[in-house]
Design a protein around this ligand. Structure first.
Ligand SMILES: [Zn+2]
Length: 268
């Protein structure tokens, strides 16, 4: 088991000992090694998701340098829960959100929450570790640009906010269930420190230019809730991590720490 990684310390270390070119530009070349998992040589231009978020890949930025997130999420939304093709590994259960029930501000931009869905196991990794599930909250700006909030899910107590949905997950491909009184606000962890980078959709057509915000602190759900989702996707429905290719990953969190082999984030 590795020691906990202090991202700020990593950044300081890199800044101190890095070559002059890196120190001058500050960003582009923190990752110069080859791919860690994929046998496919990385393309110098591809910017795909998900990625393995590693301490030694990060350009850690000061907290005030990361635009704050402001969530305006309904506490009593009605969602259209849809099975988009189980057991297809690219399929999921997606909650379509009505206009007006979810919005996020990042800096000066406003994004509307269009839908959220789930993957098992998690798609993003933290130092090569995977959570059992990951939720993606997909937002669109007026110019159609996309921002996705990634939230890790770990096993623990039952999750009351997910319960109305996970107790009646539509099992057949194409099936819909209308679920009311969904507390969208409770789906976001109390601590919103995150890793941010530019990537892609993780399902076809893998469109790039997606702004990713992966929140460090996981939310908790029960093993029974995980099993209810996993039963629909026995082969899993996650894409493997993709090469970082020197992308800038910014974070305002220096505490992605390991806990008994699990990337625990910060658990309070
Ligand atoms: Zn997704």
């Amino acid at each position: 088991m590795k020691a906990p990684i202090d991202w700020l310390a990593v950044a300081l270390l890199v800044g101190l000992i890095g070559p002059p070119r890196m120190a001058a530009t500050g960003v582009d070349s923190l990752r110069v090694a080859g791919p860690r998992k994929s046998a496919t040589p990385p393309s110098s231009i591809s910017q795909q998701s998900p990625i393995d978020i590693r301490g030694d890949d990060l350009q850690v930025v000061k907290k005030q340098a990361v635009p704050p997130l402001t969530f305006h999420y309904s506490t009593h939304a009605t969602v259209d829960l849809e099975n988009t093709g189980s057991p297809n590994e690219e399929a999921t259960v997606r909650a379509n959100v009505a206009a007006g029930d979810g919005e996020i501000r990042v800096g000066n931009r406003v994004y509307r929450l269009v839908q959220f869905h789930f993957h098992t196991p998690a798609e993003h990794e933290v130092d090569e570790q995977r959570f059992p599930m990951e939720m993606h909250l997909v937002h669109k700006a007026a110019d159609s640009s996309t921002l996705v909030i990634g939230v890790f899910l770990r096993a623990g107590a039952a999750n009351a906010a997910l319960a109305p949905m996970f107790s009646q997950l539509p099992k057949q491909s194409g099936a819909h269930v209308t679920v009311s009184q969904v507390n969208l606000k409770a789906l976001i962890p109390p601590h919103e420190e995150s890793a941010r980078y530019t990537g892609s959709l993780t399902t076809p057509p893998f469109t790039e230019g997606v702004r990713w915000v992966v929140i460090a602190q996981p939310i908790v759900l029960s093993k029974g809730q995980i099993a209810a989702f996993a039963a629909l996707f026995p082969e899993g429905n996650s894409r493997h991590v993709q090469p970082v290719n020197g992308r800038h990953v910014a974070t305002d969190d220096s505490h992605f720490e390991r806990d008994e082999g699990v990337p625990a984030g910060r658990i309070h």
